[in-house]
Design a protein around this ligand. Structure first.
Ligand code: PDD
Length: 281
């Protein structure tokens, strides 16, 4: 059975969802996206994803199509049509198709696509054993606060991690950990949680912000500050957050055990509270 995908106002079997060879998302990575988790058949934190998508579009002066159905109904319809219980909805908006030119075209209609993926989120396989990460220089562009589809370096780093038997790469710039390839990075030292501050060097993760609130509500101290890779290796705990992994404990960095090398209490407790929050809502 083919999945049903969304493209420019229509729901079609995925093999019939086609975009132009001139689409600027394809030629220039001139497109932004969101990945929203689905747990128990319901979208998680959709309004925050919709706000971030609007901000990404604004930063790049991409006009969303005037007659697009409302985004929430597209997401809900895809979940229903594909019977998704757990996984995610991917939505992408590009500047649209225009003859190849470095200049933004004057009149192009945004291409909007969306599809679902089924994935284990609650019982994510890396939670119980903890994730192992390598480090890699952060060679991405300098506007990582915009969620663009320019993901080639992240894809290279993630592939290199997998080739060395690891789950992900933590990216570093001048010795400082910015984030992981598709998650935000956290450490716990001296009982305090630290994560890179919001600026152009990282994506403002939705899960990051929920986890910071959960930590503060639970009386844990959170510092939004830069931390080095040496600090991370010497930390009591390390973990990373994203919509599709929630809170993932990190147990090894470049082969060195973090803490006792097993998933640690702060990360596991934040994960538990995050899931509890969903069942409360
Ligand atoms: N990635 N940092 C980067 C570079 C990301 O790509 C992501 C998300 C995050 C976490 O953001 P959030 O908590 O809002 O999911 C941080 C998604 C999941 C992806 O590209 O598949």
């Amino acid at each position: 059975m083919e999945r049903i995908a969304y493209i420019n106002g229509e729901f079609v079997p995925e093999s019939r969802a086609r975009v132009s060879i001139f689409d600027r998302g394809f030629l220039f990575a001139d497109a932004v996206y969101e990945v929203t988790a689905v747990i128990g058949g319901r979208l998680v934190d959709f309004p925050a994803h919709a706000r971030r998508l609007a901000r990404s579009l604004g930063e790049l002066s991409i006009d969303p199509p005037a007659d697009a159905p409302d985004l929430l109904s597209i997401h809900r319809s895809l979940i229903e049509r594909n019977g998704v219980e757990e996984g995610s909805v991917y939505m992408q908006m590009s500047r649209g198709a225009a003859d190849r030119s470095f200049l933004y075209p004057h009149a192009s209609e945004s291409t909007v696509i969306a599809f679902t993926q089924e994935k284990k989120i609650v019982a994510h396989p890396a939670v119980a054993r903890g994730a192992r990460v390598i480090t890699a220089d952060d060679l991405r562009w300098q506007r990582r606060d915009i969620k663009t589809v320019q993901l080639l370096y992240s894809s290279m780093a993630r592939t290199r991690a997998a080739e060395s038997g690891c789950d992900d790469a933590w990216l570093t710039e001048d010795g400082v950990v910015t984030e992981a390839t598709s998650s935000n990075a956290f450490i716990v030292t001296g009982g305090r949680i630290a994560t890179h501050p919001l600026d152009r060097k990282i994506l403002p993760g939705i899960t990051r912000s929920v986890v910071i609130d959960l930590a503060n509500d639970g009386g844990l101290k959170v510092e939004e500050r830069a931390f080095t890779i040496e600090e991370a290796i010497a930390a009591e705990e390390a973990f990373m957050t994203s919509s599709t992994t929630i809170v993932l404990p990190v147990v090894r960095i470049d082969g060195v055990a973090v803490g006792d090398g097993a998933p640690r209490p702060v990360a596991l407790e934040l994960r538990r509270r995050y899931l509890e929050r969903l069942s409360d809502g």
